[in-house]
Write a protein that binds this ligand. Structure first.
Ligand SMILES: NC(=O)c1ccc[n+]([C@@H]2O[C@H](COP(=O)([O-])OP(=O)(O)OC[C@H]3O[C@@H](n4cnc5c(N)ncnc54)[C@H](OP(=O)(O)O)[C@@H]3O)[C@@H](O)[C@H]2O)c1
Length: 304
C-alpha cells in the first residue's frame, strides 16, 4: 500500500521540467522520473555543473531521455528566455517540478530588485509557471508541483518588507519564501478549479536532508551536526520521494501537500500531510498573487 517508486508503470511519452536538477533533491527527482521513462528537461543555472550531473545520471539510468536547458531563476530575463527556448521545441509539458532553491545567503538583491531567496525560490517560479501555462493547459492532466518546507510553519508574508528593504532576517526571508511557494500552489489550484481546467497544482516538502542547501550554515556547526543527522534527516534519495509521489502518484488531487510521515515530518515514508493553517489564508494568497503579477510584470491568464 501507499506510494512505491519501484512499482510504477512506464510513463513514456510524458515530458517534465525539473528546476535545480543538477544537485541534491532535484537530481534524485530527475533520476526517479527518468526511471519511469519520462523525458526530463534539467533546468539549471550552471551548465557545467548540469553536464556533470547529467553524465552521472546517465550512468544510473542508461536509457535516460534527458536534456539540459539553462535557467537562472534569479533573473526574470533568464526565465523568459528559458520559456522561449522550451516553447520553440515542445508543445507539451506534463510535469513542472519547481525544486530549485537557496537558503540563508547573505543579503543580495537580484537584478529585478528581489531579495535573493524570494527571487529564486518564489518569484522566478511564479513567472515560470505563468509563462508555461499555455503549454500546461494544452497537456491533458498536467501537474505543477512547488517545493515548500517544514520552515513554512514559521513563515509569514510580510507585505511591508517582502523584499527585505526595511530589514533582513536570513531565516525570515527563507521561511517567507517557502510559505509563498506553498500558498502559490494552493491559490493556483483554487484558480484552476474555477476555470474547469484539468491541470492541477500541488506542493511537497522533503523533510530534512543534508544537501548543498546548508552551505551557508557555519562549517563548525555543520560538522557538529553530522553525527546527529541519522536521527532527524534522511538521504536525498529518500527525501525526493514526497515530490515523486506528488508528480507520479495516481491518488493525487489538486491542492495536496506531500511530505515524509515520520517524526515531526523530518524523515520517513512519503504521504499526504497537512500544511499550517495560515497557508490557507485566501486573502493573503490573493494579495501575494497580485503583488507577484505586478513585480514580475506579467498577468496570469488562466481562463480557457
Ligand atoms: N535539503 C533540505 O533539508 C530541504 C528541506 C526543506 C526544503 N528543501 C527545498 O528543497 C529544494 C531543493 O534543495 P536541495 O536540498 O536539493 O538543495 P541543493 O542541493 O542546494 O539544490 C538546490 C538546487 O537549486 C539550484 N539553484 C539555486 N539557485 C538557482 C537559480 N538562481 N536558478 C536556478 N537554479 C538554482 C541549485 O543550482 P546550483 O547547483 O548551481 O547551486 C541546485 O541545483 C529547495 O527548494 C529547498 O528549499 C530542502
Amino acid at each position: 500500500m501507499g506510494f512505491n517508486i519501484n512499482n510504477l508503470d512506464s510513463q513514456k511519452g510524458k515530458i517534465a521540467i525539473v528546476t535545480g536538477a543538477n544537485s541534491g533533491l532535484g537530481k534524485e527527482i530527475t533520476i526517479g522520473l527518468l526511471k519511469v521513462e519520462i523525458k526530463v528537461i534539467m533546468a539549471c543555472r550552471n551548465l557545467e555543473k548540469a553536464e556533470k550531473a547529467k553524465l552521472n545520471i546517465i550512468k544510473k539510468v542508461p536509457s535516460a531521455d534527458v536534456e539540459i536547458m539553462q535557467l537562472d531563476l534569479s533573473r526574470l530575463a533568464s526565465v523568459r528566455s528559458f520559456v522561449k527556448s522550451f516553447s520553440k521545441k515542445y508543445n507539451q509539458l506534463d510535469l513542472l517540478i519547481e525544486n530549485a532553491g537557496i537558503m540563508i545567503p547573505p543579503y543580495v538583491k537580484t537584478e529585478d530588485g528581489f531579495e535573493s531567496q524570494m527571487g529564486v525560490n518564489y518569484f522566478g517560479h511564479f513567472l515560470l509557471t505563468n509563462l508555461l501555462m499555455p503549454i500546461l493547459k494544452n497537456t491533458e492532466g498536467a501537474r505543477i508541483a512547488t517545493t515548500s518546507s517544514i520552515a513554512h510553519q514559521n513563515g509569514r508574508i510580510n507585505f511591508n518588507n517582502i523584499n527585505a528593504e526595511e530589514s533582513y532576517s536570513k531565516m525570515g526571508a527563507y521561511t517567507q519564501s517557502k510559505l509563498a511557494c506553498l500558498m502559490f500552489a494552493l491559490e493556483l489550484q483554487r484558480r484552476l478549479s474555477k476555470t474547469g481546467s484539468n491541470v492541477i497544482a500541488v506542493s511537497s516538502h522533503p523533510g530534512v536532508s543534508n544537501t548543498n542547501l546548508f552551505s551557508h550554515i557555519p562549517k563548525l556547526f555543520q560538522l557538529l551536526m553530522i553525527p546527529l543527522l541519522p536521527f532527524f534527516a534522511h538521504p536525498p534519495k529518500k527525501a525526493a520521494l514526497p515530490m515523486l509521489y506528488a508528480a507520479l502518484g495516481k491518488d493525487i488531487n489538486g491542492g495536496d501537500y506531500l511530505g515524509p510521515m515520520g517524526y515531526k515530518n523530518m524523515k520517513g515514508k512519503p504521504g499526504k500531510t497537512k500544511a499550517e493553517l495560515h497557508a490557507f489564508d485566501e486573502e493573503v494568497a490573493k494579495k501575494l498573487w497580485e503583488i507577484s503579477e505586478k513585480l514580475t510584470g506579467e498577468k496570469f491568464e488562466l481562463s480557457n
